[in-house]
Ligand binder design. Structure first.
Ligand code: MG
Length: 252
């Protein structure tokens, strides 16, 4: 790393405001990689594309690792009751973009309207729900870290409209003896609006109380597995019609 310390002569000759700065250093290297930014549907140039509208080859059924059976039509994949999906690839820390749409045919209420979810690290659910004029417990509405953190605001759109999540996830870290060294953190933007600001995830969503275990049972999965290191992403089939498109992820 190459740095330049503000010299005393600069401080004397520079503006009062600059002179009042603490002893900062200017950092020139490493230079951040040049990445084409996301515009609308396009994924950044360094993203791992998990669904581009053509196939669900990056996913498998959680239950039996078979090919997903969700419906794909006109660049959109839709939950149809055939089961929760798991990404074939595992991830550690990442930025995730996903667009989702609750059905415009309003059926059910509360948790039974447009319910799906994204299980970060297979364990921690960021809730997807039709939260347009649909009261429910607030730590279970769209943009919540399910049963742990209520979203800062309700940024929901009407059912039938496309919505987006941009999620920055930091995975938990365990010591070699299996004890937790640092918990998971998540930041969530819902339709571009900050709804979770680097909140600490308290533990697995579907343990009796949130807790971290080095050996755990991911959502809807019957087998225990080591939960340290990289883990797949899950997309929940909660039995309601929710569609997805433009799913991509950047490893951090
Ligand atoms: Mg859910």
């Amino acid at each position: 790393m190459r740095t330049i310390t503000l010299s005393l002569s600069c401080m004397l000759g520079c503006s009062t405001a600059l002179a009042q700065l603490p002893d900062h250093t200017q950092v020139f290297e490493p230079v951040p990689a040049l990445v084409t930014g996301a515009t609308h549907a396009a994924a950044p140039s360094d993203a791992i594309v998990l669904f581009d509208g053509r196939n669900m080859n990056a996913w498998e059924q959680l239950e039996d690792s078979a090919a997903p059976q969700w419906d794909i039509e006109e660049g959109v994949v839709t939950v149809n009751g055939t089961g929760t999906l798991r990404s074939k690839q595992s991830f550690d820390n990442y930025q995730l973009h996903i667009q989702w749409r609750a059905s415009d045919v309003i059926e059910g209420e509360s948790q039974l309207r447009g319910n799906s979810g994204i299980f970060l690290h297979s364990l921690f659910e960021v809730q997807i729900l039709d939260s347009w004029e649909n009261p429910t417990y607030v730590n279970g509405q769209a943009g919540s870290v399910f049963l742990q953190h209520t979203p800062l605001v309700n940024a929901a759109k009407q059912p039938g409209e496309w919505q987006s999540y941009d999620i920055i996830f930091t995975a938990p870290v365990y010591l070699p003896n299996g004890t937790l060294q640092s918990p998971a953190y998540v930041t969530v933007l819902h339709n571009g609006v900050l709804v979770q600001n680097h909140v600490e995830i308290l533990g697995s969503t579907y343990t009796r109380a949130p807790e971290y275990e080095s050996v755990c049972t991911p959502f809807a999965h019957r087998e225990e597995q080591a939960c340290d290191g990289s883990m797949p992403l899950l997309l929940q089939d909660h039995g309601q019609v929710v569609s997805f498109k433009n799913i991509w992820l950047r490893e951090l």
